[in-house]
Design a protein around this ligand. Structure first.
Ligand SMILES: C[S@@+](CC[C@H](N)C(=O)[O-])C[C@H]1O[C@@H](n2cnc3c(N)ncnc32)[C@H](O)[C@@H]1O
Length: 169
């Protein structure tokens, strides 16, 4: 099971679908897309957490139904959850990053870390990334880099998925 944890330097609040950049719900939606979607299907062996300042969104594709890969559709599930509806596979709770990585191997995605191509990755590990403001809390784990350029969170997730896919037996 791959776990992606994204630290969001924003609050999770109710939002409108025509304003997805508020508190970077657009970034969340793109990260869900990169973490879960394959062509015409979704990965079932991935869990994604978005740890906002005030709440955490958990997306577990096992049980997730009718979500499409586009930003607006993914965001609408988050919006309706915040408005009080419930959907299998989606949960809003108060978990902290320290709770999520407890007892697990954690990799911290950082441009100054060890090259991912040289790292012995663990498919069952947690991969911790920052949002548009970067990772601003200290997280205990091995730092790994995806290359010399700072890229988008969603692109970083896609690269990690690809690296892990390529190492599957
Ligand atoms: C948009 S970037 C953060 C940009 C932010 N302004 C900063 O300087 O950290 C979002 C996250 O993607 C990950 N990331 C981006 N580029 C990376 C790279 N080349 N290697 C490893 N992780 C990277 C990091 O976890 C980063 O916090």
């Amino acid at each position: 099971m791959r776990t992606f944890i994204i630290q969001m330097n924003h609050d999770l609040e109710k939002f409108e679908l025509n304003n997805l950049t508020q508190n970077r719900i657009d970034l969340l939606a793109r990260a869900v897309n990169a973490a879960l979607w394959l062509d015409k299907t979704i990965r079932r062996d991935v869990i994604v957490y978005f740890v906002f300042n005030n709440k955490t969104v958990k997306v577990d594709p096992v049980g997730l139904k009718r979500m499409g890969p586009d930003e607006r559709n993914i965001s609408s599930f988050i919006k309706h959850t915040l408005d009080g509806r419930s959907f299998p596979g989606l949960e809003i709770n108060g978990q902290k990053i320290s709770d999520l990585i407890k007892g697990k191997k954690a990799y911290v995605l950082d441009v100054s870390g060890n090259d991912i191509r040289e790292a012995g990755l663990d498919d069952n590990a947690c991969y911790v990334l920052g949002d548009d403001a970067g990772l601003t809390v200290k997280v205990k784990g091995d730092k790994i880099s995806l290359g010399p350029k700072v890229i988008l969170t969603s692109h970083a997730i896609a690269i990690i998925n690809n690296e892990l896919d390529r190492r599957e037996p």
